[in-house]
Design a protein around this ligand. Structure first.
Ligand code: GDP
Ligand code: IMO
Ligand code: MG
Length: 426
């Protein structure tokens, strides 16, 4: 068997958590491959709304194994809280949650460095979630990081002290005040807790699972436009959020990747700073935010909202090798008689249909095509046959423009508000 991948094609928050939960019954193993607690993946079922940060979104299903891969960075404090909350809800977490020994640890000083760096950048800040993601990946690539495997080895304390001292020297270069002691106490307690977790060589586990005919789904975090190489740099996260990240973040060879499910909203959002060509800084943007409850699942920040951006989506589909699409939040656009799709950009006097190197808003002007909206409540609909014709037209329009079939349409946050599309374009 090959590993299927589900990942975001925009700037994150496309609904990955919801859709992974919906398709988990088709899989045996769900594995996160990158990112960390900057992610907030929301699941809703039986009247419960739950947000996951580190743990894969298959955790609510019986008899499914959830793996946190080597490409993920883990904050022990957040992880412990996440596990405690699930146990309180009656989820038997320990029997089905495995961690790669090679996943890196977020230290309290990584979070401080994140905050100090953002403070220094002032109005040019990235808009980081301040979870310590950037500094942790910097230590990983700089070959200084601490990994989960280290917490079981002699000498962990001295390794920790050495890295902490290095961070203290780095923090002294910033005009930044901090009180490490309370954070450190909680972190060390959480490290002690982590020693009870099941830690494995996850690359072997995943490859053996594939050999044994088990179905594995790799769950992405963030979105393709936040990818460290291909996103709107420098306003990106610090990991490869694209399909290639599933190879390095789980130890899966490129020829073992199967379906790549790319997920996008029927419009577009972004949280944090950086270019967003189709952003609507007006009443329409506010109306989308209100209808879509567009507030960050991790930070609570209002998300910036705009129309769908087809050049950006085409780019994301290309670099990910997307084989099928999932469209979420179609229900949110029900309030609009007319909706718009950006098909091109005007860039330095030329009409282009790709994302240029410099996505500066003053240089890139979106060109829109107006489409008829559906003005109908979709949230109770269960099958494609029930969808209003103008929404079917929108789906077919997108499939043609994106040259990729849409196989799932989501019409609400709940598990049940999901419509499979069997006759998607071949
Ligand atoms: P993720 O990071 O990609 O998992 O997405 P988030 O959980 O951060 O944000 C998606 C938000 O939209 C969550 O509040 C979901 O409950 C919600 N959501 C997902 N799909 C739909 C949908 O089809 N319609 C509506 N209205 N909400 C949705
Ligand atoms: P999920 O998995 C949306 C954004 C931050 C910031 C930039 C860098 O829920 O889709 P970082 O903390 O990684 O240094 O922040 O990336 N960002 C996200 N935006 N969804 C996410 O995750 C995000 N994770 C990071 O807002 O602009
Ligand atoms: Mg999210």
């Amino acid at each position: 068997m090959k590993v299927d991948v589900l990942l975001g094609l925009q700037w994150g928050d496309e609904g990955k958590g919801k859709i992974v939960d919906v398709i988990t019954p088709d899989y045996d193993v769900i594995a996160r491959f990158q990112g960390g607690p900057n992610a907030g993946h929301t699941l809703e079922f039986n009247g419960i709304k739950h947000v996951l940060h580190t743990i894969p979104s298959g955790i609510f299903h019986e008899a499914k194994i959830n793996v946190v891969g080597n490409g993920v960075v883990i904050d022990p404090i957040i992880l412990k809280k996440e596990i405690d909350k699930l146990i309180e809800m009656g989820v038997d977490v320990h029997s089905k949650l495995l961690f790669s020994r090679k996943a890196h640890l977020i230290l309290p000083t990584h979070k401080l460095l994140d905050a100090a760096s953002e403070q220094e950048k002032g109005k040019n800040k990235i808009g980081s979630t301040l979870k310590g993601i950037g500094p942790t990946y910097m230590d990983k690539t700089g070959r200084n990081g601490l990994r989960i495997g280290d917490i079981f080895e002699d000498g962990f304390d001295s390794k920790y002290d050495k890295l902490k001292a290095k961070h203290a020297r780095m923090l002294s270069f910033y005009d930044f005040e901090y009180d490490l002691a309370p954070m450190e106490k909680e972190w060390l307690e959480s490290i002690e807790y982590m020693r009870q977790l099941t830690v494995i060589d996850s690359e072997h586990y995943i490859n053996q699972a594939m050999k044994a005919g088990k179905r594995v789904l790799a769950e992405g975090a963030q979105g393709s436009l936040l990818d460290i190489d291909f996103g709107s740099y420098p306003f990106v996260t610090s990991s490869n959020t694209i399909t290639a990240g599933a190879c390095t973040g789980l130890g899966v060879a490129p020829n073992k990747i199967g379906e790549v499910i790319g997920i996008f909203k029927a419009y577009c959002t972004r949280v944090g700073s950086g270019p967003f060509p189709t952003e609507l800084e007006n009443e329409t943007g506010e109306a989308i935010r209100a209808a879509g409850h567009e507030f960050g699942a991790t930070t609570g920040r209002p998300r910036r909202c705009g129309w769908i951006d087809l050049p950006a989506l085409k780019y994301a589909i290309m670099i990910n090798g997307v084989t099928q699409l999932t469209m979420t939040k179609a229900d949110v656009l029900s309030d609009f008689d007319t909706i718009y799709a950006c098909t091109h950009y005007k860039y330095k006097g030329e009409l282009i249909d790709y994302l240029p190197y410099d996505i500066d808003e003053s240089l890139v002007e979106p060109v829109y095509e107006a489409l008829t909206g559906w003005s109908e409540d979709l949230t109770g609909l269960k099958s494609m046959e029930e969808l209003p014709q103008s929404l079917v037209d929108y789906i077919v329009y997108l499939e043609e423009k994106l040259e990729t079939p849409i196989s799932i349409v989501s019409v609400g946050p709940d598990r049940t508000q999901t419509i499979p599309r069997k006759h998607a374009m071949a």
